[in-house]
Design a protein around this ligand. Sequence first.
Ligand SMILES: Cc1cc2nc3c(=O)[nH]c(=O)nc-3n(C[C@H](O)[C@H](O)[C@H](O)COP(=O)(O)OP(=O)(O)OC[C@H]3O[C@@H](n4cnc5c(N)ncnc54)[C@H](O)[C@@H]3O)c2cc1C
Ligand SMILES: *[C@@H]1O[C@H](CO)[C@@H](O)[C@H](O)[C@H]1NC(C)=O
Length: 598
Amino acid sequence: MITNTLLLSFLPAVRVAYASGGHDEGPGPADFENWDVQHFLGYIWIAFVAVFIIYQFTFHFIRYIRTIACLNNDTQRYFSRPQAVWSWFRRNCLNAPLFRTRHHREFKLSSAVNIGTLPSRLQTFLLVGYFATNVGFCLWSIDFSQPYAKVAGEFRNRTGIMAVINMIPLFLLAGRNNPIITLTGISFDTMNLIHRWFGRIVVLEAVAHTAAWMASKVKTKGWVAVQKSINASPFIMSGFIGTVAFVFLLMQSPSPVRHAYYEVFLHGHIIGAALALGAVWVHLKDMTYQYMLYGVVALWAMERTIRLVRLIVRNVGAGGTKADVEVLPGDALRVTVRMARPWSFRPGQHAYVYMPSVGLWTNHPFSLAWSEEEEDLNIANMVADEKGLPMSRQDILEHHKTSMSFIIRRRTGFTEKLFKKADLSAAGKFTTSAFIEGPYGGEDLSSYGTVMLWAAGIGITHQVPHVRDIVAKYANGTTATRRLTLVWVIQSPEHLEWIRSWMTQILSMPRRREILKILLFVTRPRSTKEIHSPSSSVQMFPGKPNVQALIDQEMAEGIGAACVSVCGTGSLSDDLRKSVRSRQGQWNVDFREESFSW
Ligand SMILES: Cc1cc2nc3c(=O)[nH]c(=O)nc-3n(C[C@H](O)[C@H](O)[C@H](O)COP(=O)(O)OP(=O)(O)OC[C@H]3O[C@@H](n4cnc5c(N)ncnc54)[C@H](O)[C@@H]3O)c2cc1C
Ligand SMILES: *[C@@H]1O[C@H](CO)[C@@H](O)[C@H](O)[C@H]1NC(C)=O
């Protein structure tokens, strides 16, 4: 949004500069068409972002009203009925997979190589639309009956301009701190999908640009001339390097590479992007289009600066941030961090963890599973004794400690190293300095009368904070929620250890019995003796859950508007999506999913 306005405000200036002799011949009709194309594209972005802002704002408002209306209403009948048009849209576009049921389950060539996931129907529609718009703009009002060289020249300029202008959203959407996420409510996951497609579009346009230049060169003077120009002119050379860098980025970023060697991919990607940007910068030297690259560079620099500032503010000073790393049964770790300056915790947040002693500068995203306020009583007493006075507010704040915890599943890179280090340490734990970058994300489910949270394995880290938050809000009367069900699918009962202490706390919260029900499914129990249900509100079953049956039961017994949230494996997400969609005609239910990969 900000960039768009920026961009559009300097375009007229560019036009004037060009028109007043910035170029040997002055702008011809083709130049004006190129400017128009940039304007149109700018307007399309603005319209796109505006629609999502309005959507986001409307839904915030609706949820707010619903929460207020339901605080003292235990039936909430009005909100349980779906609104016809909205439920059609939700069912057939927003929550729909591209084809029948598959969305999040990955396509695999073998157990190690996955080709990626399919975008949803709405995502596909928008991406195909944007792709088609780009193709249209690359060809728009070029008169193909002109002589070959002229057609090739116009097409070359157009594709070049389109590639450069698309670099702005490409770089903007790559960042974690991109303002569009806040404004539109589109998830970082989806942003990554859009980023990938914008990237592909830029590469195709850059290649078309280069090909158009080569084609006319070859046609008039032959291949030798191509070689000669590349060597002789920095302009052509830089363009050539830029295109090569873009193609390199395309080749090294498909899903199998990204997932198998994430760090290698990331570093290669950043180097490739810097090279491409530098080359295009030189290529556009003395051309008015270079202005657009200022925007690109500014966006990149801004994103990195925000990250650095966040890291410093949260972790430097006050003794720094310390992390206790502890081995848990079932190939997992609990990492508890005491931050130099914590933030007030909300459910659904994740943060990036840096541990220089284990992973150097690399960082990995993890969900915040728990936060604990603990007053350091020893220090507090000492301070009070010394001064002989009650503590001031400042003293209390200084000695108030917040710790935040992550549960980390062992994988094959950083998490494996961390696990090994903890495993080899005395008592299976060690303490190290860490840097936490965050928080990112966060969601509030308190406007729903019925909340059903699903998790598979480590996905529970995303759901536990919601459970605590909703139970607490229910007890103090600040939520619409009247029914909360947690369904957790695990492979073995030892995974219960991951969150046992937190669950004990949740289960002893006031009025918990009135609202919370927990269903545990153990898919690979070693014996049936391991399966026992501690109480009627915490039940344990062997095998996999019958997703449709549980959804139907929730629909029958639910209160008000409902939300089904899932964080887990692709196949669980897809099963749930299918079951929820099949009931969206009769039931006012939202489907939310969080995935731990991108
Ligand atoms: C929003 C979010 C929340 C998450 N929360 C949790 C959590 O609470 N607990 C948990 O155990 N895991 C969580 N994950 C997954 C976790 O980030 C990865 O398992 C971890 O980064 C793997 O590190 P590795 O070096 O051992 O990976 P590898 O074994 O090398 O790779 C395993 C997988 O993790 C992906 N991955 C590796 N590094 C990164 C990275 N820096 N950023 C993104 N993906 C990466 C790879 O693409 C691959 O698919 C979360 C992921 C996301 C995106
Ligand atoms: C109710 O509980 C929630 C969750 O702990 C808390 O954020 C909120 O401030 C509480 N509200 C009141 C009025 O006590």
